[in-house]
Design a protein around this ligand. Structure first.
Ligand code: MG
Length: 159
């Protein structure tokens, strides 16, 4: 059990009025949402990239191209489930994952326990192995101007 590996992921989605906003597998009540081919869940996309990166399996766009009709509007939890299966196929299990979501508004704090539970269930791990953090960017940059949502993730996996 000494073969530990680490990966990181980053994702951004543009926000526009009147669209649904899904973050970490949880629906967020807001007046704008993510412009995307999938459901635009930046947190899950960053997490998938972290897991794929740790396993040396390239990235989310390689496995789930946004030109494929089959992924149009897809629930990102399905992509996460498929990602975990790819990582497992290479013989790895998940140690822990840690996410940071950058969003100016609304405050995500009340939703974090639910995000951890949903992500853990989707990945088939204990919620203790999944950490989610949320931050604003103090009104700076595209996140601060509420033009987008950004997410960072790291993942440790082991064989
Ligand atoms: Mg994305």
């Amino acid at each position: 059990m000494n073969n530990w590996r680490i990966g990181n992921g980053y994702d951004v989605h543009r926000l526009a009025p009147g669209l649904p906003l899904r973050i970490g597998g949880v629906q967020v009540e807001h007046d704008r949402g993510a412009v995307a081919h999938s459901d635009g869940d930046a947190a899950i996309h960053a997490l998938c990239d972290a897991l794929l990166g740790a396993a040396g399996l390239r990235d989310i766009g390689f496995h789930f191209p946004d030109t494929f009709a089959e992924f149009k509007g897809i629930d990102s939890k399905i992509l996460l489930r498929k990602t975990v299966a790819l990582v497992a196929e290479k013989g790895y299990t998940i140690g822990n994952v840690d996410l940071t979501v950058c969003l100016q508004r609304p405050r995500l704090k009340p939703l974090i326990p639910q995000m951890r539970a949903v992500l853990a269930e989707t990945m088939g791990v204990d919620p203790d192995r999944v950490n989610v953090k949320a931050t604003t960017t103090e009104q700076l940059g595209f996140v601060g101007r509420e033009e987008g949502v950004a997410a960072y993730a790291v993942a440790m996996i082991r064989k």
